[in-house]
Design a protein around this ligand. Structure first.
Ligand code: ADP
Ligand code: PAZ
Ligand code: MN
Length: 907
């Protein structure tokens, strides 16, 4: 273990280093063979030697390689702690002002030796996930930009990340480019021509030029079809996401506001025409603005505008009409009659005008002009929808409001301006899509998950210095970043209502004085491509499905949940740090995690729609993601273990008690048991306070004793009727389980046992990754095996479900006969959060769902915060104890610790 322990961030628990370095090498080479590159066989260095990296191409770094799990296994997992997992693939859009970079890093989840998976796959007929014939195996799309005038920074970035070495082989598969092969990178924009030589010289790569308009359209179409919260309207400071119906996307007008402006009528996927444009665009604002104000950067110029008053320089209708409106033609006194018009009539020089006023006047002039020309073109072709892209917009509220106003005003509300979250990356994305056959264009909404990690190189921002190499650098960055103060949290300035309304040509005022730094532009995340994700097949109406129950666009609600999460943070950090041994390193990571999560919260508090439509589920997931980002693998690991053990110890008594009851009483006791045991929730403030007051078993007893019917939502009698009144039992039940300890052991497993006893197959559906104290699919087989020691029903079913292949359990009656029991299985749900978005579930869950006719959702996260209003094609039971006062009031007009037993027959 010695070598591995040196890396403080490596999970060392399950790693056994083999004695023979050669064994590892061979295993590594074998593994590699699976993924393609034959060349690696020759490239593997002799065992035992230290490994040198060739500068010309990325190669495997085998240093400290180790087998994970049992080294006797035929197909062991090998950890390469020093190998970066990025095998990349890059496309560029080199514009007049900015270079946009989209790159792909293939990131297969570390294969883990999960035998459960094999049996589940065999049983449910899932063939190797949902892998398709094309090579996207899962990976990430990153978005980064640089100023064109600082092209060297961009070249350094590409070179340090070795992005230019990924390529496409003859089969159209992503691969590393052999050293002697001339690497080719897709590029669009004028710079693809202008800088072709420089790329050749500096990186040895050729730029394969793609037409700019083709790329813009391909990028826009991809985003509009594949990203759920891509397009939004922005009117009078109010941002609203627009759900685009894929079948009703065309035709539309695409207006790309870069240095110059292109207007493209898009009729279908490959069919479009550039119908107009204007040379008055982003370059004009930045260029003229720089000359007139002496600003050093675009952001500085934009920031100035926020403190500007354009009335000092623009000629208004009132200036011409002696302070009066020109009401006959609908112009108020404060309407701009002539941008910069006042400068002609006064004996003032440039120095006599405030740079702030000049910047605002210029911004308004250009935005209105573009809005107006766009409208005219929409009118020309009868287009109702106009999508605006390009980096001139820069997520700036006032710019968007101005454009929206112009479109709304001139079209009398007929046409609508919409903006794109990936605004300036359309061309680069389109160039990326032009790599043939990588299958990206086939990806669908449910296969993409957007994440917002911390750290400039990962976000759509400006790069300061070299890209962050490892976790340690990321932590330091986080520390420095927080020292820099409010940059990340400073909002994109919001325009107060009415600033751009008819006649409303007042001065814009911003909430934050400073413009949110581009370096922390956390409004474009990293797109994770997960081809195995599927829409849960039992949703009654997937199009109408909305996972979140609570609407966080209600500001009070937002504020409440932000406070809850902020207050919970210190306790969570304590648990997380303790779970990693409480070392100094763990403390440092804990601190960085807390800063990162707080920064996200602050950012979202200011601009709730920054990362797309925001629901409580997203916040809870973001917290788990943040923990993982700082390598906290499982913060509640020991708590979960302790509670599992304590609960397993009392399981036999509970089962005996249950078996002595009549069927009817037993069913009620079982459901009561699930509700009572759902009290063990380390995500609830109130419950955590409770745990200080008693042992697990005491609390469980107390909770059970308090179960008074009717519950606040109580459909038990209807459920009982279906269960006992109807002679035909359910064929297969999916049990979405929640917490470890009593919740699973004393609540859900006994309920599963009852279903099994009645001849219903049971599939336990658990998280793929840890979240709070939720039980994971990896942990479940061991828990089931322990429980099975005390129960024949569970044992036979678990055996039939292939769950006990490894477990050395002593059977109660010593018999080994193959029973005819219906199976008990475990599948992972594809997520790592206390909530579940059923539009994106694992392929094994989707497969298991095909034959299911009953689903049971358990816990606040899965049954209340999400899916409370979800409708299913089969019978559904939603069970939860409400461990939050406010939620109880809002959702069920009840109080804390009230229970929900909602039963909905198939719809
Ligand atoms: N950091 C920045 N530096 C320079 N220009 C910026 C920056 N952020 C936004 N812009 C604006 O974006 C415009 C460039 O937009 P972009 O879509 O990248 O077009 P192009 O491909 O012509 O470079 C600039 O002219 C400027 O108005
Ligand atoms: C995070 C949770 C959804 C987990 O609940 P569970 O799904 O385990 O029942 C829940 O604990 C919660 O909403 N907590 C925050 C509210 C509070 O502390 O009161
Ligand atoms: Mn939970």
């Amino acid at each position: 273990m010695a070598g591995l322990k040196e890396d403080p961030f490596l999970e060392t628990n399950d790693i056994i280093e083999t004695r023979e370095g050669a064994e590892i090498k061979d295993a590594v080479i074998d593994k590699l063979g699976e993924e393609g590159s034959q060349g690696d066989r020759e490239m593997a260095p002799p065992a035992g030697n230290s490994i040198h990296r060739s500068g010309s191409r990325p190669q495997l770094d085998l240093s400290k390689a180790a087998i994970q799990g049992n080294s006797e296994d035929r197909d062991p997992t090998i950890l390469l702690p020093n190998q970066s997992d990025d095998i990349s693939h890059l496309a560029l859009d080199i514009g007049g002002s900015l270079i946009k970079l989209v790159y792909f890093s293939r990131h297969e989840d570390r294969p883990i030796n999960d035998r459960r998976k094999k049996t589940v796959k065999e049983r449910l007929g899932v063939s190797n996930g949902n892998r398709r014939s094309y090579p996207i195996l899962g990976g990430r799309l990153h978005f980064v930009k640089f100023e064109t005038r600082k092209i060297n920074e961009c070249l350094d970035f590409i070179s340090s990340k070795q992005l230019h070495l990924g390529g496409i082989d003859s089969h159209g598969w992503l691969s590393e480019t052999p050293a002697n092969c001339n690497a080719v990178i897709k590029a669009t924009g004028g710079g693809a021509y202008k800088f072709a030589e420089l790329f050749k010289e500096r990186l040895g790569v050729s730029l394969d030029k793609e037409d700019e308009m083709d790329c813009l359209v391909a990028g826009a179409n991809f985003l509009l079809k594949a990203i759920r919260h891509e397009a939004f309207t922005h009117m009078e400071g109010h941002k609203e996401f627009v759900q685009i119906d894929q079948n009703d996307l065309f035709p539309y007008l695409l207006v790309n506001i870069g240095s110059g402006v292109s207007m493209i009528k898009v009729d279908s996927d490959g069919k479009f025409e550039r119908v107009s444009g204007t040379n008055v665009g982003g370059g004009t604002y930045w260029g003229l603005g720089r000359l007139l104000t002496k600003c050093k950067s675009f952001d500085e110029l934009l920031e100035l505008s926020q403190r500007g008053d354009n009335r000092t320089i623009d000629m208004l209708v009132g200036d011409i009409y002696g302070g009066m409106d020109y009401s006959k033609i609908g112009l108020s006194a404060s309407t701009i009659a002539s941008s910069f018009g006042k400068a002609i009539s006064e004996k003032k020089e440039l120095e006599d005008y405030r740079p702030e006023d000049i910047s605002l006047s210029l911004l308004r002039m250009i935005s209105y002009n573009i809005g107006q020309i766009s409208y005219l073109n929409a009118l020309r072709f009868g287009l109702k929808r106009i999508f605006f892209g390009g980096f001139f917009i820069r997520g700036h509220a006032y710019t968007m409001d101005t454009i929206s106003f112009a479109v709304h005003f001139w079209s009398k509300g007929e046409a609508q301006a919409m903006f794109l979250r990936h605004e300036g990356f359309l061309g680069a994305l389109g160039a990326f899509m032009s790599y043939e056959k990588h299958g990206l264009d086939d990806l669908m909404v449910h296969q993409l998950v957007e994440r917002f990690p911390m750290g400039a190189p990962y976000t759509g921002g400006k790069i300061h210095g070299p890209p962050l190499g490892d976790l340690n650098e990321k932590i330091s960055w986080m520390e420095k970043f927080v020292l820099k103060g409010t940059e990340i949290t400073a909002p994109v300035p919001m325009a107060p209502s009415g600033t751009t309304g008819l006649g409303g040509f007042e001065v814009p005022s911003s909430k934050g004085g400073t413009l949110r730094s581009d370096a922390s532009a956390l409004n474009v995340g990293v797109l994770h491509l997960v081809p195995t994700l599927e829409v849960f097949p039992l949703l009654a109406d997937p199009k109408m499905y909305e996972p979140n129950t609570i609407d966080l666009s209600d500001h009070n609600e937002l504020e409440y949940w932000f406070t809850v999460l902020s207050e919970h943070l210190p306790d969570l950090v304590d648990k997380a740090v303790a779970s990693e041994g409480g070392t100094d390193d763990a403390k440092r990571r804990g601190d960085a995690f807390a800063r990162a999560f707080s920064a996200h919260l602050a950012r979202l508090m200011e601009e709730p729609a920054a990362y797309g439509k925001l629901g409580l589920a997203n916040l809870l997931e973001l917290r788990e993601e943040c923990l993982r980002e700082f390598h906290f693998v499982d913060a509640y690991r020991s708590i979960k273990q302790r509670e599992n053990e304590a609960s397993l110890a009392v399981l036999p008594d509970l089962l005996m008690e249950l078996d002595s009851m009549t069927e009817e009483t037993r069913l009620l006791t079982l459901v009561e048991g699930v509700l009572a045991a759902n009290i063990f929730d380390w995500g609830s403030r109130a419950c955590v306070d409770l745990y200080h007051k008693g042992t697990i078993i005491e609390i469980y007893r107390m909770s059970r004793n308090k179960m008074q019917r009717p519950w606040r939502v109580d459909d038990f009698d209807v459920f009982k009727e279906r269960m006992l009144g109807n002679p035909c039992p359910h064929k297969r039940a999916l049990l979405f389980v929640d917490n470890s300890g009593a919740d699973i052991v004393l609540g859900m497993l006994p309920l599963a046992r009852e279903l099994l006893r009645r001849g219903t197959e049971v599939v336990l559906v658990a998280n793929s990754l840890p979240a709070l104290n939720d039980v994971t699919a990896m942990e479940l087989p061991d828990i089931v095996a322990e429980a099975a020691k005390h129960c024949d029903i569970l044992r036979r079913a678990a055996e039939a479900g292939g769950l006990l292949v490894d477990a050395m359990i002593n059977t109660l009656d010593g018999s080994k006969e193959n029973s005819s029991s219906v199976p008990l299985m475990v599948v992972e749900n594809g997520c790592g959060s206390p909530c579940i978005d059923l539009r994106q579930v694992s392929s094994e869950l989707a497969a298991a769902a095909k034959d299911a006719d009953l689903i049971i959702l358990e816990g606040m996260g899965r049954a209340l915060h999400t899916n409370f209003n979800a409708r299913f094609k089969c019978d559904a039971l939603k069970l939860a104890m409400v461990k939050n006062q406010r939620l109880a009031e809002k959702l069920i007009k009840g109080k804390i610790y009230d229970c929900v037993c909602r039963y909905e027959p198939a719809s």
